[in-house]
Design a protein around this ligand. Structure first.
Ligand code: FNR
Length: 363
């Protein structure tokens, strides 16, 4: 039996509903929205919806185990709480609540450099969590190196550069309401100046594993490997940066082929259900990042809400693995997947058909 906290939330969509009730319209749109036409957001979901399962039967699946090893640690699920700026808007403790949920449940946490209460306080909130630090570049090489040093000193296990944010995109839900997040704008030009030589410098100066988040082609995954990068994070920022990108599950096969198992692959973008996570691992990813759903768990019930969200994802994953005829991730591969016509429109929260249209963000 999977251990569970006592909770009134029996389904993931109940957590979404609660979050929707608790958040004001500005914060809700900040979470669910994307860039301009929101095509990339929809393609993330459509890419997942375009994969069906090929289940195998009559195997003993009484010992399902969805745990994994990552960065030398055992995790209860192959999940990372993706870096989210401004978590303090959704739960009073902000990044502190998220990292404590990660520690309590047993998944990895990635802290955004634009999330309160900052890297030292988050480290102190959950000293035993598997913590990774993600940086937006807001200064020159010395500034970046100083922060990398701080993250290492604070016990972070890996350092992540987000590289799909050379420019901040036009998120029209926010623009139309004149809604901006304070502190988000200054010194953004440093992000536009980042190049592969910065990656080489970081690798030569620091021993900590380096992750590049926002890789969307085999070419860049190969270049990253040539520069000594330790992990590739396939992401389109949840459709919040380049509009008209591909869904990340559409991108994944060329990256898996280019890397040939040499480094672990993390992926995110629309992974809202346990079955979505199973698809990613069957297709060759090692870990899945949870973005908007993390915000929803925190908004619905702070640390406890996020732990409950992880429990429900775990239940879905266990059942999905058992029904596919496997007990462990190692038994899963692409033979369990098959192309299929999508059944949804790709709306941000379209994985929850029992929500109303407004709650699914269909407008
Ligand atoms: C993000 N994302 C993000 N990424 C990053 O590298 N640094 C950051 O500070 C943020 N901030 C942020 C805020 C909010 C509200 C969202 C929804 C997303 C992107 C995030 O890490 C991740 O790539 C996507 O959220 C994954 O897609 P899903 O799971 O939200 O569909």
């Amino acid at each position: 039996m999977i251990p569970n906290s006592s909770s009134d939330f029996l389904t993931l969509h109940e957590l979404v509903k609660k979050a929707r009730q608790k958040l004001n319209h500005d914060n809700w749109d900040y979470i669910v929205g994307g860039t301009e036409t929101e095509t990339t957001v929809r393609r993330n979901r459509l890419a997942l919806d375009s994969i069906a399962f090929r289940p195998r039967v009559l195997r003993d699946v009484s010992q399902v185990d969805a745990s994994t090893q990552f960065l030398g640690r055992k995790l209860r699920l192959p999940l990372i709480l993706a870096p989210i700026g401004g978590l303090e808007l959704f739960a009073p403790e902000g990044g502190g609540a998220a990292v404590k949920a990660a520690q309590q449940f047993g998944v990895s946490h990635m802290l955004s450099s634009v999330c309160e209460p900052g890297l030292d306080a988050v480290a102190q909130a959950a000293p035993d969590a598997l913590r990774i630090f993600q940086l937006y570049t807001r200064g020159d090489a010395d500034w970046v190196d100083a922060i990398a040093g701080q993250a290492i000193a604070a016990g972070y296990s890996a350092f992540c550069l987000t590289v799909d944010t050379a420019y901040y995109s036009r998120r029209e839900r926010d623009l139309a309401k004149r809604h901006t997040r304070s502190g988000y704008m200054p010194k953004r030009e440093f992000q536009a100046r980042l190049t592969w030589s910065d990656v080489a410098r970081l690798k030569s100066k620091f021993a900590i594993p380096l992750i590049l988040k926002g890789i969307a082609t085999a070419e860049d995954a190969t270049l990253a490997l040539e520069h000594g990068v330790d992990m590739i994070y396939v992401s389109n920022h949840g459709g919040r940066q380049l509009d008209h990108g591909r869904g990340t599950m559409e991108v994944l096969p060329e990256i898996v082929a280019a890397l040939g198992g040499r480094v672990p692959i993390i992926i995110d973008g629309g992974f809202n259900r346990g079955s979505d996570i199973v698809k990613a691992l069957a297709a060759g990813a090692s870990m899945v990042g949870i973005g908007r759903m993390q915000c929803i768990g925190l908004a619905a019930g702070a640390q406890a809400g996020l732990v409950r969200l992880l429990e429900l994802l775990e239940q879905e994953i266990h059942i999905c693995l058992g029904l596919l005829g496997v007990n462990t991730w190692a038994e899963l591969d692409r033979s369990y997947l098959h192309p299929a016509p999508p059944v949804s429109t790709g709306a941000t929260l379209g994985a929850f058909p029992l929500l109303s249209l407004d709650e699914r963000s269909f407008y």
